[in-house]
Design a protein around this ligand. Structure first.
Ligand code: ADP
Ligand code: MG
Length: 531
């Protein structure tokens, strides 16, 4: 009984009421507005210089890489021009030691190596043709235009972008910490390592994963309407949306196409409410923040995204384990266990290690509807080395995990609703859907995550039942790859204005300052291909 009572009290601390949700939306709107007016606010609201989204008719073969936080993905994408695409990809976990490498070069050399492996495996012909040609042209570094893959680089960390393939790292998030890279142009860092390996690849565009998701969803989404928001709920969380130029009050340095009247804004909403005006703050949130590599920042992300939910859960579970009045994952003898064996936690269990619980197990807990919770109990045994967990233990685990995830989903609804309200799309007199593309393992795999978001949307002032019905949230499958390809396509179109001679010298020097705008009149670039 003590366990049940304690569990209830922990679950209650993760309550995020309808009133909290509405307060959250108001504050989110206020902080969005602040970020549009000046620099140095909690939400950066970074202009991306992307002024339009695709319509599904774009064509060509492109490469894309995605440094997300947990994995590095390399892919090639054939855009077919009829809202469909073919994608080949590989994925590799980023070694922990490289996330905190001494130099940026170590990390980027690893990334370039993965690109080489991918080309050798999946584009051998292309690769060989390039190598042959390189040997036959007079300059050893001579590239032929048509043999160069244009690559969209999805880099999901805060970047001050100053051009289509140029941007300096503002700060690391999601557990990365390589001080050497701060303030450097991440495209140049990657291009240098690519060139060291003599790969036929040109980093053509720098893409934030949220912008990529927005572009990808617009390319694939059904109907006439493009997406208004691209949102990530993976290792981290962030969103990019279409804003009216007239609302963007802070000065824009680069050039851009003013004709659409819009610009895509990368909100960097992971840092929403760093000052904790409205965010919930349990003792476990406080502990987690203290032991993170970036205390006091990314406060919204630390309550919402995959990297952190498992750790919040772990800290709450540890409190239960420490409580002498409660019997949790231990019993004196097997007679109290319905599995007829004695429960204990192995000493080496990662439940005792910081960041030792992967959020993925929360999905297992939520999905297990067997009366005995036998799937979850087996998972506890295999991943956390908790031997013979009792049914009550598993119930407590499931309840707390569910509460942490539910709060995250309701917080996610705060961001989504605020952006939708900001765009004014719901008050438009038509009944077109308001389309939103989402990506990331949490939203994709956690059972009912989207349903919990919708449940919260329905009680938000200004959205309500009717509004929630019009909001269409769709997973942008392979979003970062397709989105990066689409932006690389725009970038390739812009290169046409450069003469061939200029283009070669630029490739060799890497010093060329690209036009600073991504004037995405995508329809004009239908025929741009690299192959
Ligand atoms: P990235 O952020 O690198 O692009 P993902 O979108 O795959 O990668 O997100 C990885 C994060 O999602 C990790 O924090 C991981 O703990 C979490 N995660 C992975 N699988 C699941 C799952 N089945 N349910 C919930 N969270 C998951
Ligand atoms: Mg991702």
């Amino acid at each position: 009984m003590a366990l049940e009572a304690q569990t209830k009290s922990i679950v209650a601390q993760f309550d995020y009421t309808d009133e909290d949700v509405n307060k959250g939306v108001k504050e989110f709107l206020r902080q969005m507005g602040e970020g549009l007016e000046k620099d140095g606010t909690s939400m950066s609201q970074i202009p991306t210089y992307v002024t339009a989204v695709p319509n599904g008719t774009e064509k060509g073969l492109y490469m894309a890489v995605d440094l997300g936080g947990t994995n590095f993905r390399v892919c090639s994408i054939q855009l077919n021009g009829d809202t469909t695409f073919n994608l080949t990809y590989t994925k590799v976990a980023i070694p922990k030691e490289l996330m905190v490498a001494k130099t940026a070069q170590q990390l980027f050399a690893f990334l370039a190596k993965q690109i080489e492996l991918f080309l050798r495996t999946h584009h051998e012909e292309h690769f060989e043709a390039h190598v042959r040609r390189r040997l036959t042209v007079s300059s050893p570094d001579g590239y032929m235009d048509e043999n160069v893959f244009r690559l969209g680089f999805t880099f999901s960390f805060p970047v001050q972008q100053s051009g289509i393939n140029k941007g300096t790292l503002i700060r690391w998030t999601k557990g990365f910490d390589i001080p050497d890279a701060i303030g450097k142009d991440v495209c140049a860092l990657l291009q240098i390592e690519i060139d060291r390996l003599h790969l036929p690849v040109r980093v053509a565009a720098l893409v934030n994963d949220t912008v990529g998701t927005l572009m990808a969803r617009s390319y694939t989404s059904p109907g006439k309407t493009g997406a208004v928001l691209g949102a990530i709920f993976g290792t981290g969380t962030n969103g990019a949306y279409i804003e009216k130029l007239e609302n963007l009050k802070k000065p824009l340095t680069g050039e851009y196409d003013k004709s659409t009247g819009d610009m895509v804004i990368n909100t960097e909403w992971g840092s929403f409410d760093n000052q904790l005006n409205v965010l919930p703050n349990t003792s476990w949130d406080i502990q987690l923040d203290k032991s993170s590599v970036n205390p006091g920042i990314q406060m919204y992300e630390k309550r919402v995204s995959g990297m952190f939910l498992g750790e919040i859960l772990r800290l709450a579970l540890l409190d239960l384990l420490k409580d002498p009045k409660v019997s949790f994952f231990k019993d004196e003898n097997s007679s109290s266990n319905d599995w007829k064996s004695t429960t204990n936690i192995a000493e080496d269990s990662s439940i005792y290690t910081e960041w030792g619980i992967d959020t993925a197990i929360m999905s297992v807990a939520a999905a297990d509807n067997t009366p005995e919770l036998s799937v979850l109990r087996q998972e506890l045994e295999s991943t956390l080395h908790i031997h013979s967990p009792a049914h009550d233990d598993a119930e407590a685990f499931k309840a707390i995990a569910g509460a942490v995830a539910r709060r995250a989903a309701r917080l996610a609804a705060v961001a989504i609703a605020a952006v939708v309200l900001q765009t004014g799309q719901l008050s438009a007199s038509n009944d077109e859907p308001v389309d939103i593309g989402v990506d990331g393992s949490l939203v994709e795999h956690y059972p009912y995550f989207r349903e919990m978001i919708y449940e919260a949307l329905r009680i938000i002032d200004g959205v309500g039942e009717e509004g929630a019905k019009r909001i269409r949230i769709g997973v942008a499958k392979d979003g970062s790859g397709v989105g990066a390809a689409l932006i690389a396509l725009v970038a390739a179109g812009m290169e046409k204005s450069t003469t061939t001679a200029d283009y070669f010298s630029e490739l060799r020097s890497h010093a060329h300052a690209q036009s600073t705008s991504l004037t995405a009149v995508l329809e004009d670039n239908d025929e741009v291909t690299t192959d």
